[in-house]
Design a protein. Structure first.
Length: 372
């Protein structure tokens, strides 16, 4: 029993130290750059509603840029925006893919539309609520020559429903992991690189046939030994609806599993140890094990509250903090849900995303069908 309790103390201590490390290394001096030749690439579905809040937030950015919205065909909201604000908005119509992810297909079309003056590429997702510093912060390490690929990460804002908050708690474990360049994968919702790096990676070819844009870019960057840099204060608010929340979590891990089985295995091992540790603590560990587990959980919550308050707006922080209650009341449930998503991810190679069903092998799309 003593060795088991010692192992449990170590596991819980490491989980707490990881969050404290993230909090301790949050940048205080959040420097930005605003160079010329910045292009923001935004892929949207043809039924996109125009994203009024997203567009307002993009217009308020401290760095200036040209917005390239890429669609499959005719997107009325995007066309209306371009007609109204054509001085900074351009539409690229990519058509429908046959052997790759539709988002990848649209982004490849956007890359082929770039002009000679386009020197910095920023990728954003349509469902984010970016802070005004987003583009400038992503550009800072690039302009200063400190990185080749720069990324933020999502901070889920779950609806006021227990299931959505549980998925938010799972994602919070990932969002507040210590970030190191040697262990970072970019997130396509807030990512930037130079045109030079895109050409060095032959980004169009690197993404061809792939389903996941950020996995394709990240793996290509790793192979080329590029410097991938996370910006810790860019945890970007992203709403999460209760409907389909668990499926969202499974899909994220299925992207990983179908691109890199080794990466999935390492993640599943780490979470599995915690999940099985909670089984032991609840069934056999006694009050000492439960005290250790809950004390570490409360410590993580206190640190995450500080992180959330430091990186997002007060209104967004209220929604993000809904996820913290799970770690206070039932931290074991968060670990079990997390491990469940990881295990469910390897149960199939089919990924439903953006109105299509994809069957993926080795990161490549081998078959796709409309999900409608």
């Amino acid at each position: 029993m003593n060795w088991a309790l010692g192992l449990w103390v170590m596991l819980q201590g490491l989980s707490l130290l990881g969050v404290l490390n993230y909090w301790r290394h949050l940048p205080v001096d959040r420097q930005e750059e605003a160079p010329e030749g910045v292009v923001v690439l935004l892929s949207v579905r043809d039924d996109w509603d125009g994203g009024a809040e997203l567009i307002a937030r993009l217009k308020a950015q401290t760095a200036r840029f040209r917005l390239v919205i890429t669609t499959s065909g005719a997107c009325p909201a995007a066309e209306a925006l371009a007609a109204r604000e054509g001085d900074w908005v351009q539409i690229v119509r990519a058509g429908v893919a046959s052997d790759e992810g539709q988002k990848v297909h649209k982004l490849r079309a956007a890359l082929r539309s770039l002009g000679d003056a386009d020197r910095y590429l920023v990728f954003v997702d349509a469902d984010i609520l970016p802070p005004v510093r987003l583009v400038g912060r992503l550009l800072f390490p690039l302009v200063r020559g400190k990185a080749d690929i720069v990324t933020g990460y999502r901070l889920l804002l779950p609806e006021a429903q227990a299931g959505a908050a549980l998925v938010g708690a799972v994602e919070m474990q990932l969002a507040t992991l210590p970030r190191a360049a040697s262990a970072t994968m970019p997130w396509g919702g807030a990512m930037a690189l130079t045109r030079e790096v895109a050409e060095r990676l032959d980004l169009d070819a690197a993404m061809a046939g792939r389903l996941s844009d950020d996995m394709a870019i990240g793996l290509a960057g790793w192979r080329a030994k590029l410097r991938l840099r996370p910006v810790r204060d860019l945890l970007v608010a992203t709403p999460l609806e209760a409907r389909g929340a668990f499926a969202f979590g499974v899909r994220q891990y299925r992207h990983i599993a179908t691109n890199s089985a080794g990466m999935w295995a390492v993640a599943a091992l780490v979470v599995g140890l915690q999940a099985l540790g909670w089984v032991w603590a609840l069934a056999w560990g006694g009050w000492s094990a439960l005290t250790v587990g809950y004390a570490a959980a409360v410590g993580r919550v206190l640190a995450r509250r500080r992180i959330i308050a430091a990186v997002v707006e007060p209104r967004q922080a209220v929604a993000a903090k809904r996820s913290l209650w799970w770690d206070v009341l039932a931290p074991f449930a968060v670990c079990w849900a997390h491990w469940g998503m990881q295990l469910a991810a390897v149960g199939s190679r089919r990924i439903r995303w953006g109105g299509f069903d994809y069957w993926v092998k080795g990161g490549k799309v081998v078959r796709m069908e409309s999900a409608r």
